[in-house]
Design a protein around this ligand. Sequence first.
Ligand code: MG
Length: 260
Amino acid sequence: MIFIKTPQEIEEFKVAGSLSKAVLRRAGRMVRPGVTTREIDQVVESFIRLHGATPGFKGLYGFPASICASVNEEIVHGIPSERVLVDGDIISIDTGATIGGWVGDNAWTFYVGTPSVEWQGLCEVTLDCLKAGIAQAVPGNHIGDIGFAVQSLAERHGYGVVREYVGHGVGHVMHEDPNVPNFGKRGRGVRLQVGMVIAIEPMITLGTYKNHTLANGWTVVTNDGSPAAHYENTVAITKDGPVILTQDGEGPWCPFQGGI
Ligand code: MG
């Protein structure tokens, strides 16, 4: 069931969205060679609770941490660990914060030191895919228009589009209807209407999009070991067009470079 939000509810939602972006920025500032993903998780969890919010991911379906931290060939749902980040890595951090009854959900792939030009290109195009998807989030369009925009841009660059993990409605809980795939056909799927709030989150790979889950039951990796990038914002569909709820005073985007 798709829950439609009133204009007032969308205003309230912005509190959770803004905090979620601040949380993601806080995580990104910790990204540098030598730090472990667990250290980032611990700081982020404290930051969220200090602001009177609760981590959106901790305990969700049994997930053990406050952030998903997915390094290089890890696509999504990486569990923070003693893994030490090294120069040239990329790390996708997915953070959510719940406050005032609403859940913000956003993700960003940061550079650890200086990744290769090829890997930076993957990140830049994946962010462009997110922007292209958001541009389609207008009343009267369909879910398939978002997926088509994301997929066609990614595939034009020869990248892989992950099929099994998709965007979703967001509201009082992290995952609501409808699913928002990163692939699709124009004019297909649920018709978008004013008051829907969805997380758009392209997951794009340098090589194959085929993937599997590690023995920990969570971490999803590419089958060929190629890196993946993941960018996400929570977006409201309004009569004036898409409104990104996961933005703070610095806007809806983070720097690519970690540690700043
Ligand atoms: Mg999400």
